[in-house]
Design a protein around this ligand. Structure first.
Ligand code: SF4
Length: 549
């Protein structure tokens, strides 16, 4: 792959048309014609006043947290559930990025990190807190109740939120729960389980998970409460928030204290500068930060990354192994198609069709696994769980790219996801599908670029391009099930990631006119301005226009 960068060009006077002509002429082009054409384009740019001044070009990119939009007439209504300013997920953009890979890449049951993995983690967390109450209090306990609010209530049924919440209450964790247990709750919803707290056994069933108000004055659109009762008396109650990507918070929570990163960064520009000045890659800078923040050795970080890579490969394999006669759970009656798309793509006589078709099939395979409620990997979420595995599978299993390059790619992809989480959101309930598939596609573009040894600017440009072309994408799952448009959307996210890499690795990198930090700012602003009906509520878009027979 060629990386036609011209770093020197970035520091030249943008108002001088001759400065717009790159010193490197792309192979295969006549130099004279190329310079003439570049000069004409540059002159037009100068005349139109669209080149940036030197000052502008050298100014640090605005961080989303510093550039919050103000309401103007004509803007669409903001979210019905504005995020509370005291949530950590809102305050986070002020300091350096401190997220670590084990917090970010999570294995758990589909179909939604915020509606299944998050709620399961929440009820599991509550169960552990309740178990620490004094024995005399526990001896009076009679019931456990979970109340779901906002988007968790509006679309929770389609996501299986009540089953996930019950599983956490009875002591199941997302990474190790057997999906068959969740299937059994769906097939036999009247089952009752005994939750042991001290000497007391408290009966719980799906009836104890209550779909409560969908609208109200919540701190976050994905709000839930968990309560331990003694008759009508409350022994313990916590209000929790599933803030996207399986991350959770609770009322009054403070983020855990962490070690400082070796290379503190808040923006892609700062991260890329560390990579460039240390003559290394974004992946290696991220590795150093993982080691310093989490206090882990290089072997430990890579061992975790390998676990995630292997899980991604496994999810694609399981999805491809499903018959086209398999029907996904729920009212849509959607047939599996990953295996069919893969087989037919492989039979195509055109190599390009085989490539695009197989990449799409890998994404469909992992995403259909998500739709089945099987174990998937948040990258960054369950709904987008087909995108990264598609590229990981393609690189490792098809192109036979060395594993070490894929590991570095996973770390660069994580950096992209961290920055989106830090300055914008990974939650469709906050920002629509651009925050899920858009971020996943940007991560995947960074993964591929890194795996092919692209320079850091090309990695940034690829991620930027993929994210840019998902801005504004809404979340409107039909019947509240993470299937339509989600499954095919993962395939498009994967193909767009490859397209972004193809463009970024073949353009003159320093001429890329939008930087990643600016696009994350746009993601945050678009999320804020998006009509709440398009934020995982199933109140609009395809969720309204598609008729199920
Ligand atoms: S439409 Fe996008 S954001 Fe919404 S549930 Fe589907 S994949 Fe997730």
């Amino acid at each position: 792959m060629s990386n036609r960068e011209d770093e020197k060009h970035d520091d030249r006077d943008s108002l001088d048309p001759s400065a717009q002509v790159p010193s490197d002429i792309p192979p295969g082009l006549d130099r004279r014609k190329f310079i003439m054409r570049s000069a004409v384009i540059s002159a037009a740019a100068v005349m139109n006043g669209c080149t940036r001044s030197e000052t502008e070009r050298k100014a640090p990119p605005p961080a989303a947290a510093d550039a919050q939009p103000t309401a103007t007439s004509g803007t669409k209504p903001g979210p019905a559930v504005p995020l509370s300013a005291d949530l950590n997920v809102v305050k986070k953009g002020q300091g350096p990025v401190l997220t670590t890979v084990d917090e970010f890449y999570k294995v758990g049951p589909g179909p939604s990190s915020s509606h299944t993995i998050g709620p399961m983690r929440i009820t599991y967390d509550f169960y552990q807190r309740a178990a620490m109450l004094p024995a005399d209090k526990l001896s009076t306990a009679t019931a456990l109740k979970v109340n779901l609010f906002g988007s968790l209530s509006a679309t929770g049924k389609g996501h299986g939120t009540e089953r996930a919440a019950l599983a956490g209450l009875v002591g199941k964790e997302p990474a190790t729960v057997d999906p068959k247990f969740l299937d059994s709750l769906r097939d036999n919803p009247d089952q009752t389980f005994q939750v042991k707290l001290g000497d007391k056994s408290i009966p719980v069933s799906l009836k104890d998970i209550i779909y409560d108000a969908t609208k109200g004055d919540f701190k976050h659109p994905n709000t839930m409460t968990v309560t331990l009762l003694a008759g009508n008396d409350v022994l313990l109650e916590h209000e929790y928030y599933s803030v996207g990507g399986g991350f959770i918070e609770w009322k009054g929570s403070t983020p855990p204290t962490k070690n400082p990163p070796k290379y503190p960064f808040r923006t892609m520009k700062e991260l890329r500068t560390y990579a460039d000045t240390n003559n290394t890659t974004i992946g290696k800078i991220m590795l150093a930060n993982e080691m310093s923040i989490a206090g882990r050795s290089e072997e430990e970080v890579y061992a975790f990354i390998d676990k995630i890579i292997n899980a991604m490969v496994a999810t694609v394999k399981s999805g491809l192994a499903m018959s086209e006669d398999d029907v996904l759970p729920g009212p849509i009656k959607l047939h599996s198609k990953a295996a069919t798309v893969y087989k037919r793509a492989m039979d195509d006589s055109y190599q390009a069709e085989r490539g695009i078709g197989s990449l799409s099939a890998f994404a469909l395979a992992a995403s259909e696994e998500n739709g089945r409620g099987h174990l998937v990997i948040t990258a960054p979420t369950g709904g987008s769980a087909g995108v990264m595995p598609s590229l990981v599978y393609g690189l490792l299993e098809v192109r036979k790219v060395p594993r070490q390059k894929v590991r570095d790619g996973m770390l660069a992809a994580a950096a992209v996801g961290y920055l989106c989480k830090h300055h914008a959101t990974l939650s469709a309930a906050e920002g629509g599908c651009q925050a899920e598939i858009g971020v996943a596609s940007a991560m995947a573009a960074a993964l591929v670029a890194t795996a092919y040894d692209a320079k850091s600017l090309v990695v940034e440009n690829a991620a930027e391009s993929a994210l840019e072309h998902h801005l504004g994408m809404t979340c409107d799952p039909v019947a509240g099930y993470v299937q339509v448009p989600c499954i095919e959307r993962c395939a498009f996210g994967a193909v767009k990631a490859w397209t972004a890499f193809a463009i970024a690795s073949n353009e003159i990198a320093s001429r890329h006119r939008v930087n990643f930090d600016e696009t994350v700012t746009a993601l945050a602003q678009t999320a804020r301005d998006m009509n709440s009906k398009y934020k995982e509520t199933s109140e609009a878009g395809l969720a309204q226009s598609v008729t199920l027979c």
